[in-house]
Design a protein around this ligand. Structure first.
Ligand SMILES: [Mg+2]
Length: 216
């Protein structure tokens, strides 16, 4: 079908931020006495670190994290982003091609605007994604994925029905959010096993971003 809007997740889909974010998260948890490998951080927290990290530490270690854990973790991630952050392979080229074809697109991320802005800037994607194409969970009272609110908000901003949207997501939580919003969703398998995304309800999977261009 001809989609009227393509909605991209940011972290792990347009910007290659997850290795950095999870290296910092796993190192920080380890430093606090909760030994966590990079692989465990991906498995437990990719796409839902904000709430899940406190729960997992409570479940696995009967532990608690400092009140300022999230803020200090963000400070460390921001410092690392400032040292360098790449776009995912072909992200800029895919956005250019969508624009050339006249297919509207936007970004919808559970991260806050400061995180998204810095990531886009550092990855060189800012020219493709001016502020009016960027939506954060902050725009829907902090209600992030897997709730459908953010995706519904983005579709409404474009005056497009949810059923005419195609979402690109790399986390099960993001896939769940898109399905709850009544949208088709391609699972991007660069970092996440395809079966975890199809189990969550992905309507298709792609290994590389340019494969998206065959679906729109
Ligand atoms: Mg993601």
């Amino acid at each position: 079908m001809a989609y009227q809007l393509v909605i991209f997740d940011n972290d792990g889909v347009l910007v290659d931020s997850e290795p950095t974010a999870h290296r910092i998260l796993s190192d920080y948890l380890t430093e606090l006495g909760y030994p966590t490998t990079l692989e465990e951080s991906f498995r437990y927290f990719l796409g839902n670190a904000g709430r899940n990290v406190h729960r997992v530490i409570a479940d696995r270690y009967r532990g608690t994290l400092p009140d300022d854990f999230t803020a200090r973790c963000h400070d460390r991630v921001f410092a690392a982003f400032r040292e360098g952050l790449a776009a995912t392979a072909d992200a800029g080229a895919v956005l250019t091609e969508l624009r050339r074809r006249g297919v509207p697109y936007c970004l919808a991320s559970s991260s806050d605007h400061a995180w998204i802005e810095l990531a886009l800037e550092q990855a060189g994607l800012r020219p493709h994604l001016p502020a009016e194409l960027v939506f954060s969970a902050q725009d829907v009272n902090g209600v992030g994925k897997p709730a459908p609110d953010l995706f519904l908000h983005a579709a409404a901003a474009f005056g497009v029905d949810p059923g005419e949207c195609l979402v690109v997501e790399d986390s099960p939580n993001g896939v769940l959010a898109a399905r709850a919003a009544g949208m088709d969703v391609l699972g991007f398998t660069a970092l996440m096993p395809a079966e975890r995304l199809t189990e969550a309800g992905a309507t298709g999977v792609i290994e590389r971003l340019p494969q998206l261009l065959e679906r729109v």
